[in-house]
Design a protein around this ligand. Structure first.
Ligand code: UDP
Length: 388
């Protein structure tokens, strides 16, 4: 089976953890490789953000960067790029709302089914306390959910939300969890990781990984650190963003306002292959987002054997077992998050036990299993179209 994957939001090769790149580029990169290994040839047609590194003509999988100035231009250039390849795709899978219209146009033109994955859905973000989202986005998401043959989500809970919010029939949505590469993310000796990062062996380290912005709850995290019982020997290690990005300055201001600037250790985003030592150096990994569709960072921390303090919402609620692999707190509640940190930092044996439970849980989330499940969904959608 050959699948055209449309990503108008960014390339699988975008560096995650800064700018607008995050879990979606990790998902695309990991999934295209795992799908190929599962016998599904996935070609990715991606808008390039920033300098275009050109076309990647590995076969398979193949990534084509569609260089377009705007959304209508992207759709036209996408159709032209697909025409040029002359490949008979069996299905089109679009990722993120900006890809939906171009993907639907492509699927209609090829006469094949269309699958949509939103990654985040505007109405769900707003309900979770996020800033108002643009109306065209909400329209595009509702339209994609209505017109697609199937909607692939990352959790059963998200599928159920889409049925409630958009009247989607339950048999048209399929939950396919993301995965974690346990050959990269696994337990490592803490002392070595700390020495490499210039962190003292006796310090207590709370880690945050990923883009820095209000929806990720970075301000809640800073306020929680300020509330800790004995905050003096705690290091808040934040890995993500870049110097000069608004989020980075906002983080510093937030730390100043909470009088914890001295505890903040901000490091710019690093390539994923360097992240395991940051996880290994931590006593606890914080994921205080107002909402997470899946929660890749929590899963990576778990795979590294680090306990997680996370918001009780979305995918995090399914990944982190409260009291077992971490602690779940009400989103936006700095006092509850501080309490969770105190519980884990104050009881290293509890933290260690939770870390081990998390590592055992994370082993079940492989990209190969995710790809096998997605391949099944593709088969089902294609045969439903042939028979229907
Ligand atoms: N990440 C990375 N380097 C960094 C920070 C983050 O490679 O410095 C990766 C991290 O491993 C994770 C992804 O970026 O896989 C962020 O995932 P999340 O779902 O939180 O991203 P979002 O799409 O919500 O920004």
């Amino acid at each position: 089976m050959r699948v055209a994957c449309v990503s108008a939001h960014g390339s699988p090769f975008a560096a995650p953890g800064a700018g607008s790149a995050g879990g979606m580029s990790v998902f695309l990169r990991s999934m295209m490789q795992a799908l190929t290994d599962a016998g599904v040839w996935m070609d990715v047609y991606a808008a390039s953000d920033g300098p275009c590194p050109g076309s990647f003509e590995q076969e398979p999988p193949r990534v084509t960067h569609v260089a377009a100035e705007d959304a209508p231009g992207f759709a036209d250039d996408l159709l032209a790029a697909v025409d040029e390849t002359g490949v008979d795709y069996a299905l089109v899978h679009s990722h993120y709302w900006t890809s939906a219209e171009p993907g639907l146009r492509l699927a209609e033109r090829l006469g094949v089914p269309h699958v949509f994955t939103g990654h985040t859905i505007a109405v769900i973000k707003e309900r979770a306390g996020g800033a108002p989202e643009p109306e065209p986005r909400k329209y595009a998401e509702a339209d994609a959910i209505r017109r697609s043959d199937a909607v692939v989500t990352f959790t059963e809970a998200e599928s159920a939300s889409l049925c409630d919010l958009f009247g989607l029939a339950p048999d048209r949505t399929h939950a396919v969890p993301m995965g974690v590469d346990t050959t990269l993310f696994g337990p490592q000796p803490r002392a070595e990781a700390r020495a490499a990062l210039g962190i003292g062996g006796d310090e207590r380290v709370v880690l945050s990984v990923g883009r820095i912005e209000p929806f990720k709850g970075t301000d809640v995290l800073v306020r929680a650190i300020a509330l800790l019982d004995t905050s003096q020997d705690v290091r808040l290690l934040v890995v993500g963003g870049r110097e000069g990005e608004p989020g980075t300055e906002w983080l510093r201001e937030t730390a100043r306002a909470s009088e914890v600037s001295g505890l903040l250790d901000w490091r710019a985003a690093v390539p994923q292959r360097e992240l395991p030592s940051y996880y290994a150096a931590a006593d606890v990994c914080a994921v205080p987002s107002l909402h997470e569709t899946f929660g890749l960072v929590a899963l990576e921390a778990m795979a590294c054997g680090i306990p997680v303090a996370a918001s009780d919402t979305g995918g995090l609620r399914e990944l982190v077992r409260h009291g077992e692999s971490g602690l779940l707190c009400k989103p936006g509640d700095a006092a509850a998050l501080a309490e969770a940190f105190d519980a884990m930092l104050g009881d290293p044996l509890l933290a260690q036990r939770m870390g081990e439970a998390g590592a055992a849980q994370a082993r079940r989330f492989t990209w190969d299993a995710s790809a096998a499940r997605l391949a099944e969904v593709y088969e089902q959608v294609v045969s439903a179209r042939l028979n229907g």
